[in-house]
Write a protein of this length. Structure first.
Length: 380
């Protein structure tokens, strides 16, 4: 990174430094962790270049809520469940307040009428976040979606380049490293140069991160989009009714033990469901391959205190119920998980990026840093 020359540049420099530090400090989860971290570093460096001057102020980052579920027809609260969630934060610009939602995706996001943005227009998860603000008498003006597209490029063998070509044509080659001491224009120190030139000529994590960043600078709109989506009162009323109805159906399924299977969900996202061995009769939750889980909403950290987590609904839990009642039963009611859970690369990258985004946005507050909100408790 180039050293800053004034206070404003220093603030920007500090924000990126903090983001890269947060990425490096993320707890390692997988064998190819170096590649995931390098991808996140390259992507966030490009993100910073894209949005450093965007003019948004964050008033809260990492907002967690825990609220009663209200029957919209009677105004009564559920005696069985409460609901909870966590979202990116709250931001403002020109006197208007918006809910901040992070998304990391693997599909096109450039066109406003792409399937992704059409889905966001009806995204129930974000609607519930808006409802949580309304329930606390804090209406908002819309949702700011901050979307990053995952890089499709992987570490590669560095092309040789050619002495007959110009420096510009040799960008991203061994020839550039040997002649200029740079990779995609970014200066390399001596160990980085020597490793690249003397080794097997494959990109190290550092060089891969540089190429990811270079790619984001070449086509920022492919990687980064922000759009405001608004929710009307009518839609929110509809979504509130859906929240109540879903809670009712989960309660009835619990009492009626109607945990129906949905075999159409057994192989979603090109992965077999974790509970397939049990459902197919090849295993049982009582075997040594399964363990009880106490924190069934790990995404909420310790925000729920000593609340019985089986009595708390989150968006993930309600989606799980809609997808397959049996899966919901194993995961949230019986609360078991495989002893050896296979890693999920996509999820790991998303978690690292969301952590980095929270750090970045915390430095977009007025003054310098936004508040890290403590969780709301259930209101009586
Ligand atoms: S829990 Fe549902 S989705 Fe999972 S294997 Fe069983 S039927 Fe399929």
């Amino acid at each position: 990174m180039t050293k800053p020359t004034n206070a404003f540049a220093q603030k920007r420099f500090d924000a990126l430094e903090a983001v890269l530090r947060a990425i490096e400090e993320a707890p390692a989860a997988e064998d190819d962790w170096d590649e995931i971290i390098a991808k996140a570093r390259g992507l966030m460096a490009g993100y910073h270049a894209r949005w450093a001057n965007s003019g948004w102020n964050a008033t809260a980052v990492g907002v967690t809520f825990h609220l009663p579920i209200i029957n919209p027809a009677t105004g009564r609260r559920s005696r069985t469940f409460t609901w909870a969630g966590r979202y990116g934060g709250l931001v403002e610009r020109r006197g208007k307040r918006f809910l901040l939602v992070f998304k990391t995706v693997g599909e096109p996001i450039e066109e406003p009428d792409s399937p992704f943005w059409q889905r966001m227009a009806v995204d129930w998860q974000s609607s519930t976040y808006c409802l949580s603000q309304l329930q606390q008498d804090r209406p908002i003006d819309g949702i700011l979606y901050d979307v990053l597209r995952r890089p499709a490029i992987r570490p590669r063998a560095i092309p040789k380049g050619s002495s007959g070509r110009s420096d510009r044509e040799n960008v991203g080659t061994l020839m550039e490293i040997g002649r200029q001491g740079t990779y995609f224009g970014r200066p390399l120190d001596r160990p980085q140069r020597e490793t690249a030139l003397d080794g097997d000529h494959r990109e190290t994590p550092d060089l891969y991160a540089i190429r990811v960043e270079a790619d984001t600078r070449r086509r920022p709109d492919w990687y980064f989009q922000r759009r405001i989506v608004r929710r009307g009162r009518r839609q929110l009323a509809h979504d509130e009714a859906e929240l109540w109805q879903t809670a009712t159906e989960i309660r009835l399924a619990r009492h009626g033990t109607s945990h129906w299977r949905n075999s159409a969900s057994c192989h979603k996202h090109n992965r077999p469901c974790l509970f397939l061995p049990i459902c197919s009769g090849n295993d049982t939750p009582r075997s040594s391959r399964w363990k009880p889980v106490t924190a069934i909403h790990p995404e909420l950290g310790d925000a729920l205190g000593d609340t019985d987590q089986r009595r708390v609904l989150t968006h993930s839990r309600m989606q799980c119920f809609k997808l397959c009642r049996r899966k919901h039963y194993y995961r949230y009611e019986l609360a078991v998980a495989p002893v050896d859970r296979p890693p999920n690369r996509t999820l790991s990258l998303a978690l690292v990026l969301h952590r980095a985004l929270a750090v970045w946005w915390a430095r977009q507050g007025k003054g310098n840093t936004a508040t890290w909100r403590s969780p709301c408790s259930v209101r009586n």
